[in-house]
Structure formats: C-alpha cells, structure tokens
Ligand binder design. Structure first.
Ligand SMILES: C[S@@+](CC[C@H](N)C(=O)[O-])C[C@H]1O[C@@H](n2cnc3c(N)ncnc32)[C@H](O)[C@@H]1O
Length: 213
C-alpha cells in the first residue's frame, strides 16, 4: 500500500491555508487553557474547510449539532453572506456561556443562534430547510441525527459529519466501545444509503461529506 501522508503534513496544510482571525485564535487558546476536553475543538484546518464549504455551497441556513466553545460555528458564520444564519446547539451550559462571550465580540456573531438542550429534542422544533449541516455531538446518536435531519433538507443540501475515522479505531475489530461501534455502524449505513451522494474525507479525524439527492 502506498503511504502518501508523512508526519507534519497536517501542519503544512494548515500553514498554506487561509489564516484564521485573531478572535478565533484567542477562542482556541482559551479553550485549551480553560476547558477539560479542549481536544474536541475542530481546529484551524477543519475550521477553514467548514468556512469554505459554506462559501462554495452558497449556504444561507446552516445547522450545527454540537457547538462546544463555538469554534466551528464561528468559522461557518464567517463564510455566510449577509442575512445568513447558523443555528447551533449544545447541552453544556458552561460551553454555551463561553461561546456566547466570543460571538458577542465577533462581527459575525449576530448570525449565530444558540439553543440549549439535547439535540434530538431541539431538532423536533426546527423546521428547516437547512442548506448545510455539521454533525459533531455524541457519537451514539449520529444515526438518529442523520435520520432526523434528512427530511429537513432540500435536494442538493450538504451534511458534514465529524470524527468518522475516530482516531483510526474504525479499522480495529478489537475496539468495541460504544462510540467506536456507533461510528462504524453509522459509516456502514451511510455507505449504502442511496438517498445521498457520499465521500469520506481524511481531514483531521475524518469528515463524511454527504449531499442529499
Ligand atoms: C466534539 S464537541 C463539538 C466541537 C465543536 N463543533 C467545535 O468545533 O469546537 C461535541 C459537543 O457536543 C455536545 N453534546 C453532547 N451530547 C449532546 C446532545 N445530546 N445534544 C447536544 N449537544 C450535545 C457536547 O457538550 C460537546 O460540547
């Protein structure tokens, strides 16, 4: 098997991508210093990818499942046109407080609406249609989120699903914890789902890019 990736490639890709704003850099730094699970933040390369996806898809209404400290929500808001919206959610009140402080300091913050509570409950209240959805919350619910979201999308809308390689655990049959099993089951299901066009990208921890047919 040809191995194309060398150590340091992610950093190289990041260094050649559009620089991030001072505010996003500060959000990232504070997340690292103040939040126990700082590694959940998507980071610079994937953040630029999300912004680019919003731009090239022409999305106006974006939905995010799993906001954490707001890095991905703010990255996507940067890519929206005037009048565009990001609706995002989280169950953690501390994360919401943290993120809102940064949104208030951003010229794009007014585009973001934050909802607090379990995403599956909130999804019942949201009609859509959404143009682009980023799924990045609890892994055992990935398939439930997917099925709840698909009817709220028009043909051509995009779904991006994060962490679908799960640090490479998807390749290891010996790893059978709940999160790994859920991601493997999600990937297997989507790989056969004719309702979507699909490509699994190896950006960071893996992003499944889906387009509703
Ligand atoms: C991986 S982090 C999201 C990272 C974020 N997208 C970013 O780029 O910084 C996952 C988030 O999902 C939230 N979460 C977990 N279960 C949830 C649920 N049932 N409903 C909504 N949010 C949930 C967690 O509190 C956590 O903040």
């Amino acid at each position: 098997m040809l191995t194309l990736m060398k150590p340091g490639i992610d950093e190289y890709a990041q260094s050649k991508s559009e620089p991030t704003s001072a505010l996003l850099n500060s959000l990232e730094r504070e997340t690292h210093s103040k939040m126990a699970h700082w590694q959940m933040l998507t980071g610079r390369l994937e953040g630029r990818f999300l912004k680019m996806m919003v731009q090239i898809s022409g999305a106006k209404n974006v939905l995010e499942i799993g906001m954490f400290t707001g890095y991905s929500a703010l990255s996507m808001a940067e890519g929206l046109p005037v009048g565009g919206t990001v609706t995002t959610c989280d169950i953690d009140a501390d994360c919401i407080k943290f993120a809102k402080e940064f949104f208030a300091r951003s010229e794009h913050g007014h585009k973001i609406t934050v909802m607090e509570g379990p995403a599956l409950d909130l999804l019942k209240k949201l009609e859509g249609p959404f143009d682009l959805v980023f799924i990045d919350a609890d892994k055992p619910n990935y398939l439930n989120y997917y099925e709840a979201i698909l009817p709220k999308l028009k043909s051509g809308a995009v779904i991006l699903v994060d962490n679908v390689l799960w640090s490479g655990h998807v390749l290891d049959d010996q790893i059978t914890d709940e999160n790994t099993k859920a991601i493997v089951a999600f990937n297997d299901f989507v790989a056969r789902d004719e309702r979507v066009d699909r490509v699994l990208l190896t950006i960071r921890d893996g992003v499944f890019m889906l387009r509703k047919r």
